[in-house]
Design a protein around this ligand. Sequence first.
Ligand SMILES: Cc1cc2nc3c(=O)[nH]c(=O)nc-3n(C[C@H](O)[C@H](O)[C@H](O)COP(=O)(O)OP(=O)(O)OC[C@H]3O[C@@H](n4cnc5c(N)ncnc54)[C@H](O)[C@@H]3O)c2cc1C
Length: 318
Amino acid sequence: MNILVFAESQHGAIKKSGLEAVTYAARTASQHQGTVTCLVAGVDENVASGLGAYGAHKVLKMESHPDALGLSDALSEAIAATQARLVVLAYDALGRHLAPRLSARLGAALISGASGLPEIQGDTLRVRKSVFSGKAFATLECSTPIKILAFSPNTLAPEKKEGTAEVVSFSPATRNSRIRVIKTEEKQGEVALPDAEIVVSAGRGLKGPENWGIVEDLAHALNAATACSRPVADIGWRPHHEHVGQTGLTVRPNLYIAIGISGAIQHLAGVNQSKVIVVINKDPEAPFFKAADYGIVGDAFEVVPRITEAVKKLKAGA
Ligand SMILES: Cc1cc2nc3c(=O)[nH]c(=O)nc-3n(C[C@H](O)[C@H](O)[C@H](O)COP(=O)(O)OP(=O)(O)OC[C@H]3O[C@@H](n4cnc5c(N)ncnc54)[C@H](O)[C@@H]3O)c2cc1C
């Protein structure tokens, strides 16, 4: 089976969700004797060929990064060129625009938010996704000739091995965007939560938004992103885009530090894939300790500044 995967880039590098997409496609291909062709835009030859280490056999490289309309044109042309029967992409902000456009245009079944690898038998593809805010799993099936799988970001970790991919320049006919971008403002000095290797997260135990300085200081010292529990975003202490859990973002960092968060199952649903979990809570019975690799029983207002100081000292001595 030929698989076409779209890997989004930013500032000349493939985004983490793009690397996940290539890994997802490569694992699917290895289970079903497939080949993986990757469409990228706005990266140089080295970055493109480097996708071979994540399992791409061939990379179609476009010069500039069009928006979802132009990308749907490019992907349609790439599907025709590669005879792809399965298209894989991340169900992130761009994927949410791109996948339905492509589905409508090609008459292809779209399964969005897939949370596992697909099983493919003959013309039928079957995959699991979580539904009703994570309360249940549904297994969906489709059998159109071309299928589109948009998986949930952080479903799996990007897997880097050895190898390079053949890179081919690709210049599809793309329509001009119907949206004119007037201005783009990018936040400086902040680590994007979905891509962060370290996340410092806090909950209602912090008592109020005025106390978030200790969380931000620790995040800054560790070059980490900040996150929060849902009630904290609901009451407006922190912005909603920081809310992690069943109804928020799913994160999969190397280190997740949870401060004053009880560890309700709905919170854990979005963070329990983290490699190492550190919990700081004054209640030794807090459920989060059961999911923690390291736990500190103590008052966040005493413990967190001491950790920040220790990190700063360590960095200064390094
Ligand atoms: C359908 C549904 C979906 C949901 N989705 C989500 C979701 O996506 N994400 C999410 O987070 N929640 C979600 N929730 C809410 C979830 O059930 C919990 O209510 C929520 O996670 C609790 O947030 P919290 O831990 O910040 O607050 P609390 O439960 O109030 O816990 C605060 C913790 O801080 C500790 N603490 C207090 N003071 C200190 C201190 N000085 N130092 C150290 N520790 C201290 C306490 O011991 C306590 O453990 C959902 C609920 C439902 C019903």
